[in-house]
Design a protein around this ligand. Structure first.
Ligand SMILES: NC(=O)c1ccc[n+]([C@@H]2O[C@H](COP(=O)([O-])OP(=O)(O)OC[C@H]3O[C@@H](n4cnc5c(N)ncnc54)[C@H](O)[C@@H]3O)[C@@H](O)[C@H]2O)c1
Length: 334
């Protein structure tokens, strides 16, 4: 029997997830959609053959729904995820789990009260073939021990992001998660370094900025975040290790030569670069539900990312190195 899914928030990513679930993921069927913008939900419902519900409460309460995707704006993730949990639904919550540690803690407490893992975080890079190969190579030990990571995260434009703190909690949160996953350890501290910003952003917004993390074992993780680079969407990661380096490249598989030039194309937006990852993430989520487990990043990963992002936000104003302190990992996430 198919897992019946409700999609809450049918904007960019909600629509991508709903189409994937309906047309490409096996074992799933989208039965419900909801968006604050009623017409948007009606349009997507008509396109994929799902019912547009009048409220998110109606979706999480529905006997026609086993699991929900939370793809609304960041500020709604915590309340909607908790409501879904309390109604016995499985959840795939888009990143971030919540914009603040206090809200992320509320979600984790609610899941601990349920007593079972029910939430998967939408950190889809963990399903990207490039990152998976990078991790496999690092874990093989062939390059030795990691010393330094150079990471780049560039978006062509992000007119909706006009706040350096939101860049950290909403965008850099991808690097926060993927690098702790790659290295298998937590961060110890964070520092922000920034110079001149692009004129595309408002006064005081740091774009680009360098976010420098040190992990518990002392690996330096350097992240360049640039949300208005204009030329395309690009995510890069190079590991410098004791015996060599491992570079994920730009995510382009082919290089072509024409008219005296050689080169490769650059993704336009994130769906071009991570299309495969979104799909694999969803398949893994559905397969996990069928086995009664969470098959991907957990609420603890969402919480750890929130603690790390909040320390980075503190470093924005203090302009010093801020410590990152995580509490002991609750037994549910051991
Ligand atoms: N994993 C990723 O790579 C990735 C990529 C993009 C977005 N996201 C996350 O997904 C979320 C949505 O981002 P987006 O780019 O799709 O934004 P979007 O603005 O395109 O879509 C958000 C939608 O939510 C609707 N909405 C507003 N308030 C709502 C509410 N209370 N309940 C339900 N729907 C509501 C809006 O009408 C809109 O249609 C964000 O949290 C973002 O961080 C993740």
């Amino acid at each position: 029997m198919s897992i019946r899914v409700g999609v809450i928030g049918t904007g960019n990513i909600g629509t991508t997830h709903a189409r994937n679930l309906q047309h490409a993921v096996s074992g799933a069927q989208v039965t419900a959609v909801y968006d604050f913008d009623t017409q948007r939900a009606l349009d997507l419902g008509a396109e994929i053959g799902a019912v547009a519900y009048p409220s998110f409460e109606a979706v999480v309460d529905s006997p026609e729904v086993d699991a929900v995707v939370i793809a609304s704006p960041d500020d709604f993730h915590a309340d909607q995820t908790i409501a879904a949990l309390r109604n016995g639904k499985w959840v795939l919550c888009e990143k971030p789990l919540a914009p603040t540690v206090a809200e992320a803690q509320r979600v984790m407490d609610a899941e601990i009260a349920v007593g079972h893992r029910r939430i998967q975080m939408g950190f889809m890079r963990r399903f990207d073939p490039g990152y998976l190969q990078l991790k496999a190579e690092l874990d093989s030990g062939a390059a030795g021990e990691a010393l330094l990571l150079h990471c780049v995260h560039r978006n062509p434009q992000a007119p909706y992001v006009q706040d350096s703190a939101v860049i950290l909690s909403n965008s850099v949160v991808h690097e926060i998660d993927i690098n702790r996953w790659l290295l298998g350890e937590e961060y110890a501290d964070v520092t922000i370094v920034a110079g001149r910003s692009t004129p595309k952003v408002g006064t005081g917004v740091l774009d680009p900025m360098l976010v420098l993390f040190t992990t518990e074992s002392g690996v330096l993780v350097e992240v360049e975040s640039f949300t208005n680079c204009q030329y395309g969407y690009e995510v890069r990661c190079e590991v410098v290790a004791t015996e060599g380096t491992i570079d994920m490249g730009s995510g382009s598989f082919i290089e072509s030569a024409r008219g005296g030039r050689r080169g490769s194309s650059i993704a336009g937006i994130w769906t071009d670069r991570f299309g495969d990852a979104y799909l694999r993430q969803m398949q893994s989520w559905i397969d996990g539900i069928e086995e009664n487990e969470v098959n991907g990043p957990t609420t603890w990963d969402g919480y750890a990312a929130a603690v790390t992002a909040q320390a980075a936000v503190r470093a924005l104003t203090s302009r010093t190195t801020e410590p990152i302190r995580l509490p002991a990992r609750p037994a549910l996430y051991a």
